[in-house]
Design a protein around this ligand. Structure first.
Ligand code: NAD
Length: 360
């Protein structure tokens, strides 16, 4: 075994009902006295409760998915005008993403309080959208110094969104298995991420108030994001990046839909990863042939997962341009070679919701 692995410097505070307490302690440790809180209007009551002991200087509620540059600019100006010395984001990947955009240009420390399973809080990846083009980059300045996981904050996440977001987390783990910097440490984290998501998400589906299921999903989303952050972006993420940026498709649902097609496409050429994924799903078949896809499809069926890109505004006519935009970004490390025709076939299947097994 031979590999080089980077771990990111970050504190994780995990505990149901503990957000207010953790935030007070961690803002104290940072020595911050002028806190900017980012949270959408939806979270107003929640924010009042968990930030009441913080020195809040500014509340900013303009949160938009994929962080349009003009939204980032307004938030940066607001932070500077308020002379904020720390940023606390409370919400899903969109709120975290806006905090990262501020940190990218100001260097302000971020504490993230995630309320979905998107996992952005565990990566040093920032994303900004200008028109129909999404740009991402990696910079340690945007990595939240602290992440506060309080599963009670996810109880209000509707089941459909919980399912889609949980499958977004699952995609981090699956893609980490064959990403450019895949290594045994990432694989171990990803395998446990898949196992805990496959265990937790059905509990959330059965009973959205099941705190134990919510905790499992949140813990798993962190592991999956850490694996993804270290392993890098692979085929699945390259596809979803283009679909999100160019066609403004909803992030979590897009990941949830595309994942089985990428897994079906790669599974046969990546037997070790496929066997590991299958075992994490608890599949009987860990031969590396079809057990991984079977495991994912059983989970998706149990969850009533989103099925077709056509349901979210992607059209058949979009397929050629989308495939052409994805092709140059396909990592050479992908276990199976990818042509323009392959991408068109994959997107066509995902657009219509066809059986992914057809891509194997
Ligand atoms: P989101 O943050 O937009 O949240 C989705 C919806 O759920 C929103 O309407 C939000 O208000 C609502 N919501 C969030 N938490 C809730 C709760 N607890 N109860 C009720 N409603 C709630 O979407 P997301 O899927 O969390 O994040 C997507 C964004 O994150 C995308 O822009 C994506 O690019 C980014 N992202 C970045 C990384 C990274 O590493 N940089 C990783 C994953 C996602």
């Amino acid at each position: 075994m031979r590999f080089v692995h980077d771990s990111l410097p970050q504190r994780v505070c995990f505990g149901p009902g503990q957000a207010a307490k953790y935030l007070e302690t961690e803002i104290g440790s940072l020595g911050a006295s002028r806190v900017m809180v980012i949270a959408s209007k939806r979270d107003t009551a929640l924010v009042d409760t968990i930030t009441e002991d913080l020195p809040v200087t500014l509340r900013h509620d303009e949160v938009v998915m994929h962080v349009p540059v003009e939204v980032a600019e307004r938030a940066r100006n607001a932070a500077a005008a308020a002379r904020a010395d720390a940023v606390v984001s409370i919400g899903g990947g969109s709120a975290t993403g806006l905090a990262k955009a501020i940190a990218l240009t100001s260097g302000l420390p971020v504490i993230a309080v995630p309320t979905t399973y998107a996992g952005s809080e565990a990566t040093a990846v920032w994303g900004l959208t200008e028109g129909d083009k999404k740009t991402t980059g990696t910079d340690l300045r945007v990595l939240p110094k602290v992440v506060v996981y309080d599963a009670t904050l996810t109880l209000s996440l509707p089941v459909d969104m919980s399912v889609a977001s949980g499958l977004n987390a699952l995609a981090h783990s699956v893609d980490a298995m064959w990403a450019p910097n895949a290594d045994p440490i990432n694989a171990a984290l990803a395998a446990e991420g898949i196992r805990a998501l496959a265990s937790g998400l059905p509990k959330v589906k059965r009973d959205p108030g099941d705190l134990a299921g919510r905790e499992e999903a949140l813990y798993a989303s962190y592991l999956s994001a850490v694996a993804f952050a270290s392993a890098g972006s692979a085929l699945h993420h390259k596809i979803c990046h283009v679909l999100g940026g160019k066609y403004n498709l909803p992030h979590a649902q897009t990941h949830a839909i595309v994942l089985p097609y990428v897994l079906a496409y790669n599974e046969g050429e990546a037997p070790e990863a496929a066997s590991r994924i299958a075992a994490s799903f608890g599949s009987n078949d860990t031969s590396g042939k079809t057990g991984a896809l079977d495991g994912l499809q059983r989970l998706r069926a149990a969850l009533g997962a989103p099925r077709a890109l056509a349901d979210y505004g992607f059209t058949e006519a979009d397929i050629p341009a989308a495939a052409a935009a994805i092709l140059p970004a396909v990592p050479p490390s992908n276990p199976r070679p990818v042509t323009l025709g392959d991408l068109e076939a994959l997107l066509r299947a995902a657009w219509s919701g066809a059986d992914p097994a057809g891509l194997a």
